[in-house]
Each structure stands twice: as structure tokens, then as C-alpha cells.
Design a protein around this ligand. Structure first.
Ligand SMILES: *Cc1c(COP(=O)(O)O)cnc(C)c1O
Length: 393
């Protein structure tokens, strides 16, 4: 049946919790906006001219869910996906039967049959992997990864040029490389990598080529080639360090208030008694913690990072930013809500952890990390709901 049905927030609620548990909503809540995601892809695709955009959906689409993200992007017009592992590739194949699915993290001999069975395209980065694909994949499509300066995966430029000049044992359909410093536009490294990539590309003739990740797209059309590989920008994260995100915000994480307590000036709060209250304080104790991927490093006090980054993370409720109070614990995090009018919040209300009011990357910075790590580390206890998105059932 090809009846199109509009997804409502409840029509696609899912979580790993047992059936029936999704009515409880005791823990955190993630809301993922599939329309914003699709808009981001369209805008990155438009910025990828003269090429076009693929989508990087590794790590369960940066924590947003392959099963929902891939159909939403397919509906927007995306036909090529990148994942890290064949396990992820199989999930993308299930969600997008006709798409091209590239697997970035190389090829093990014992995994090769799974690639051929599901038409996954391995990204080959060594002579060893090329030999494996020559044996198992034969003339099935593959991609060649050339390392132009990252020293991570890929043939050296010399090896790639030698391979291009040889009688090829495999059939590459894409030549790709990866930028080390695209998120730092002032670095010379990207231009050096671009020049190295252009030399290798000249040896390969007219197969498709791909260099840019999200930040690479913002370096300009020289970097676009045939196919770009945006990841973080699709999900609304900052692609270029410290510049804010020009993309639509996709993910909202919220936590739920379990108790609101009053504590007097001079008392301490939390593990390690690391916070001595400077005033009479109202504390909202909330039901997510580091087991949900809200980093302990985002604590308000009592962690080594606070000596270099002064402030912990903030939440947002009733129009106000509220600081994390004391240490984030496994299942609970406290916020100082003294400045929020007492009648404006109550037990069971949600405090935004990041979303429209608190930037993902601000929370990441307070924890000494990056938005990527926050998104991909979101735990399994969140109730996930999807809004927007037009899926074909
Ligand atoms: C993860 C990854 C990307 C996506 O990077 P973003 O910075 O998230 O856009 C692109 N290419 C390769 C090879 C990757 O590993």
C-alpha cells in the first residue's frame, strides 16, 4: 500500500523500554523533527553544487534513529547514504531498498558476504581490502578511500595513483577522501588536502568523487566535487567550530522534574558535597543523568574541568536558563531554579537539556566535548518521539 500518512508525534513513538512502558514517561524525552532534518538536507544539497549531497547516518543517524531518518531523507530526495559499519548498512538497506549504501570503516574478509548479499558498497582503504573485494565482490561496485593528510583510513596518494594505473581487479564507482581540519577554516590543511585529492582524482578518470563532510561544504564549491557527505549539520549541530549552527535545530532533549526542594544558604548539595549554597535555593531534581548521555563533565561543580571551563551546563524552563547544580549523577541531575517563579514550574514538568533554547553545542562546550559526542551518546532510556516527516507505508 502506498498510502501516504502524516506522522503525528504519537504515531511513531518508540523506545527500547518494554511495551506499555511508553505510557510512563518517567525519564527523559527526545523529540526529533524530521521536517527540520529534511530541510537541512535540502539546504546542504543546494550548497553542494555542482555536486549533490549524500547523508551520513552512522551511529544510528547520530543518535536520531536510522529507521526514521533514512526514510525522511529518502523522501527529501537523498539517494546515497554513508555508515561506518556493515551492521548499520543492513539497517539502512532495510529502510531504503534502492539507495546506495557506502560503508566507511573498511572491509573484513568475514564480513564480505554480507556486503554482497545486501548490495552494500565497501569503502576500500588498503591493498588488503581491495584484494578481499576482488575475491568476494568481483565486479560489484566499491569505493576507494585515499588518505590526503589525515593518517586515518585510506590508500596513500601514491598507492591510489598506482592502483588507478593498474588493471583493476575491482570496479570503483567513487573516489573519496576526508578532511582533517574543515571545521577550522583558517587552517591551510584543507587546501593542501584539496590539491592532493585533485591529483589523485585526475588519475581515476571520470568516476564520482567526494571530499567534503558538513564543514567541508562550507569551505566552498571547490570542495563539493560530485557528492558531499554531511553528517552533523543534518542533525542541527555546529559544523564549523564556534560559529553557531546555520541549520535548523532537529533534536530536543528534555528531562523531567521529580522533586523540587528548598535548601538553606550554607547547606551543601549532591555527591561530594561540592556545592555550598550561596543563598537559599530551590533545587529541581530531574530524572536523567550520565547514564542517559548527559555528561558528568557538564556538572556545575566538583569536576576537574570546572577549573578551566568555569560554567557547567544550563537547562531551560519557563523562559529562563537554569544552571546545573553540583554533580550530574547516573540517573539524576539537579538544576538551580531559585530564579524561576515558584508557580511557573512543578513536579512532572520538563526542563530542556538542549534544543531551541539551549544550543546542543553550548552543552557540549560546557562538558569539554563536541555536539557529535552528545548526540551519539544519548542513552537508551529516552522516550523518543518523531514529529513531521512524510513516510510512505
Ligand atoms: C563521519 C564522517 C563524515 C560526516 O562528518 P560530519 O562532520 O558529521 O559532517 C563524513 N565523512 C567521513 C569519512 C566520516 O567519517
Amino acid at each position: 500500500m502506498n498510502a501516504k500518512s502524516r506522522l503525528t508525534p504519537t504515531s511513531l513513538e518508540q523506545s527500547v523500554l518494554p511495551t506499555g512502558a511508553d505510557r510512563l514517561l518517567a525519564g527523559g524525552r527526545l523529540t526529533i523533527d524530521l521536517d527540520a532534518l529534511a530541510d537541512n538536507w535540502r539546504s546542504l544539497d543546494a550548497r553542494s553544487r555542482p555536486g549533490r549531497a549524500a547523508a551520513v547516518v552512522k551511529a544510528d543517524a547520530y543518535g536520531c534513529g536510522i529507521a526514521q531518518v533514512v526514510p525522511a531523507l529518502t523522501a527529501a530526495g537523498c539517494d546515497s547514504f554513508f555508515v561506518a559499519l556493515p551492521e548499520e548498512g543492513l539497517r539502512v538497506r532495510h529502510a531504503a531498498p534502492r539507495a546506495r549504501v557506502f560503508v566507511l570503516n573498511g572491509l573484513f574478509d568475514d564480513a564480505a558476504p554480507a556486503f554482497t548479499d545486501a548490495d552494500l558498497i565497501p569503502v576500500l582503504g588498503s591493498d588488503h581490502e581491495i584484494a578481499i573485494w576482488a575475491k568476494h565482490g568481483r565486479r560489484k561496485p566499491c569505493a576507494i578511500h585515499v588518505d590526503t593528510g589525515m593518517n586515518r583510513l585510506g590508500l596513500s596518494p601514491g598507492e591510489a595513483i598506482a592502483f588507478a594505473g593498474s588493471a583493476k581487479s575491482v570496479r570503483p564507482v567513487l573516489l573519496m577522501s576526508h578532511l582533517a581540519c574543515a571545521d577550522t577554516p583558517s587552517s591551510d590543511k584543507s587546501r593542501q588536502q584539496l590539491e592532493s585529492f585533485q591529483k589523485v582524482r585526475a588519475a581515476f578518470g571520470d568516476i564520482e568523487s567526494s571530499l567534503a563532510n558538513s564543514a567541508g561544504i562550507f569551505l566552498g564549491s571547490d570542495y563539493a566535487f560530485d557528492l558531499t557527505r554531511p553528517g552533523i549539520a543534518l542533525y542541527g549541530g555546529e559544523a564549523v567550530d564556534g560559529t553557531g549552527s546555520p541549520m535548523k535545530q532537529v533534536v530536543t532533549a528534555e528531562t523531567r522534574i521529580v522533586q523540587i526542594r528548598h535548601a538553606a544558604k550554607g547547606e551543601t548539595a549532591g555527591y561530594g558535597a561540592t556545592t555550598t549554597l550561596a543563598r537559599d535555593t530551590r533545587i529541581a531534581v530531574c530524572s536523567t543523568g550520565y547514564a542517559d548521555g548527559y555528561p558528568r563533565a557538564a556538572s556545575g561543580s566538583g569536576i576537574p574541568l570546572r577549573s578551566t571551563i568555569a560554567e557547567g551546563a544550563h537547562g531551560f524552563i519557563a523562559g529562563q536558563r537554569v544552571p546545573v547544580l553540583g554533580r550530574v549523577t547516573m540517573d539524576l541531575t539537579s538544576f538551580d531554579v531559585t530564579d524561576v517563579p515558584e508557580d511557573a514550574i512543578g513536579i512532572g514538568d520538563h526542563i530542556e537539556l538542549f534544543g531551541a533554547n539551549i544550543a546542543l553545542d553550548d552543552v557540549a562546550r560546557a562538558a569539554g566535548t563536541i555536539g557529535y559526542e552528545l548526540l551519539t551518546g544519548l542513552g537508551l532510556r529516552y522516550h523518543r518521539r518523531y514529529i513531521g516527516g512524510e513516510l510512505v507505508f
